[in-house]
Design a protein around this ligand. Structure first.
Ligand code: MN
Length: 128
């Protein structure tokens, strides 16, 4: 099943374009926001299966947005995957501590990306 919906929250146009293209190649539905505030609004309206969350964003950052989502009973079931250029030790832990269900480092490994997306979709279907 590939009719899953992904919400990309990313302020960098090139990254947005790359991720959008990769998702569309896999026939996923794609929603896009360039700020956390707009992304959360889209999440409330459209209930995506997975959110790909950039961490460095103008205004509310991705960690704060993830905490908000994971503390909201209406949104907390959405799988949130941190998508970030932070590769320093400890940043993965920060993302997971904030409630992210997974972590994809940038630059994106195009070959691995599709496999990881499918895994995160499966995660969403799981009853916890
Ligand atoms: Mn960014």
């Amino acid at each position: 099943m590939k009719n899953k919906t992904f919400l990309i929250i990313e302020d960098n146009q090139l990254n947005m374009k790359l991720v959008r293209t990769l998702l569309q190649l896999e026939n996923y539905n794609v929603l896009e926001a360039t700020t956390a505030e707009n992304g959360i609004g889209l999440a409330r309206r459209h209930r995506p299966d997975v959110i790909l969350m950039d961490i460095q964003l103008p205004g509310m950052d991705g960690l704060e947005a993830t905490r908000l989502i994971k503390n909201d009973p209406e949104l907390q079931d959405i799988v949130v995957v941190a998508l970030t250029s932070f590769v320093m030790p400890g940043d993965k832990e920060k993302a997971l501590d904030a409630g992210c269900d997974g972590y994809i480092p940038k630059p994106i490994d195009i070959h691995e990306f599709g496999i990881m997306l499918a895994q995160y979709c499966d995660q969403n279907g799981r009853e916890t």
